[in-house]
Design a protein. Sequence first.
Length: 173
Amino acid sequence: MASQRTFLQASVRTQLIGAAVLWLIGASILLVRGVSYVQGRSWHVWVLAIGLVLGVLKARVLLDGVATRAVARIRHRGRASFFGFFSARSWALVALMMGGGILLRSLVVHPGAVGAGILGALYIGVGTALLLADRIFWLAVLRPAAVPEPEMPTESPPGDDAAAEAGSADPRA
């Protein structure tokens, strides 16, 4: 059964917690960074409001569905590789978004520039959306699926022919 073993196997609950914590960390980083970009500006209240509204809309329109599909994927997979709680496509999208944020910060926007307020609103919006949609993972952790996790098959002891024959008998006979 070595072919069915994967690196760092985890239960459904552990995978759900991992996904929830990852979204919580991402949301926290974005919110802290976003607030730091708009802090001390006379118009920061408007930027915060715009960011929050965009975040609520993004959570409802996009990220709630993404989180729901991720929960379904985790439950369908059962006990599996811990880092497989997101698909390869999802991990690639996370890397692309992180790279885009780093690129924006290093090439275009600096904390003292006018564009920092716009980037701050963007970060607040995305961070808020992640935080709101993260509730779907936490609810899945707190309300486990009715279907139990699949168990590993057990083998009968060598020489136990009666058990093997009983398992293959036709119940209609």
